[in-house]
Design a binder for this molecule. Structure first.
Ligand SMILES: C[S@@+](CC[C@H](N)C(=O)[O-])C[C@H]1O[C@@H](n2cnc3c(N)ncnc32)[C@H](O)[C@@H]1O
Length: 250
């Protein structure tokens, strides 16, 4: 059965926007439940690999409720989070306000400044920033949702300065066929009921597998980064269930 939130072509963005607006209040809780908390580890790994420098300008694309943007800010980066879903941004801004005192304490201990991230509305496919504006660009679980994942990478690459790093964290496709079957069965059978139970929306969680089936992880993304001239490194977590791409602009 077709997923109501998946529409190829021009309708894609609007459908994805509807999906995240519908699940925003329960998004963080469901992330913890569906990944058994592991998304926190994978995001921490991204931040370690990103090596944000105090005062460095960083952009977190498809920032959602702000996990990555807030983590990069704690490391001293001056972060902009961009997302086109206002209900997700509203949660990010609320979390940010609550984190600020702790962020300042951590920064003071480490001898750098804490800058509260700015969360702005915008489309990942048309970023409103100048070429080469950021030293670091990250995207967590966003690329798979874009109407054009290739267009998204090109846009993120455009706003990245020379020597900058682009990090892409996304669902993967295990190469071991048995493991892939187990993992896809989990996405197909366990996530929709969990989504229904916690957020009253089964289709939003069935969408994860649908979108993954249309996403060329991990080889397509790796090839695209290489074609842009990036020095790339790809890490697979949990037997390929998750992928972290790091590309440096030379
Ligand atoms: C799965 S969430 C990821 C949120 C966050 N990065 C995280 O790791 O928890 C995907 C986010 O991408 C946003 N998004 C999808 N397509 C977008 C687009 N074209 N432009 C901006 N944001 C987009 C959605 O609104 C949603 O907040």
């Amino acid at each position: 059965m077709a997923n109501p939130y998946y529409a190829p072509g021009e309708q894609r963005g609007a459908k994805v926007g509807e999906l995240f607006a519908a699940i925003a209040p329960r998004y963080d809780l469901l992330n913890d439940l569906q990944s058994f908390g592991l998304h926190r580890l994978w995001k921490r790994r991204l931040v370690r690999r990103a090596q944000p420098r105090p005062g460095e300008r960083a952009l977190d694309v498809c920032c959602g409720t702000g996990d990555l943007a807030l983590a990069l800010a704690r490391e001293g980066a001056v972060v902009t989070g961009v997302d086109f879903c206002e209900p997700m941004l509203a949660i990010a801004r609320g979390r940010s306000r609550r984190q600020t005192p702790r962020g300042r304490r951590i920064a003071a201990r480490r001898g750098h400044l804490y800058t509260e991230p700015e969360f702005v509305a915008g489309d990942a496919l048309r970023l409103a920033f100048a070429d080469g504006h950021f030293g670091l660009v990250t995207v967590g679980y966003g690329l798979r949702n874009l109407a054009s994942w290739e267009g998204g990478i090109e846009e993120m690459w455009r706003v990245l300065g020379l020597g900058g790093r682009l990090l892409v964290l996304e669902f993967g496709k295990p190469s071991c066929r048995v493991w892939r079957r187990v993992y896809f069965a989990y996405l197909r059978r366990a996530l929709p009921p969990l989504g229904r139970l916690v957020s009253g929306n089964a289709a939003a969680y069935a969408y994860i597998l649908t979108s993954l089936e249309h996403y060329p992880a991990p080889d397509g993304v790796q090839r695209k980064l290489a074609a842009l001239g990036a020095r790339t490194r790809t890490e697979l977590f949990f037997g390929g269930v998750m992928t972290l791409h790091c590309g440096r602009k030379l």
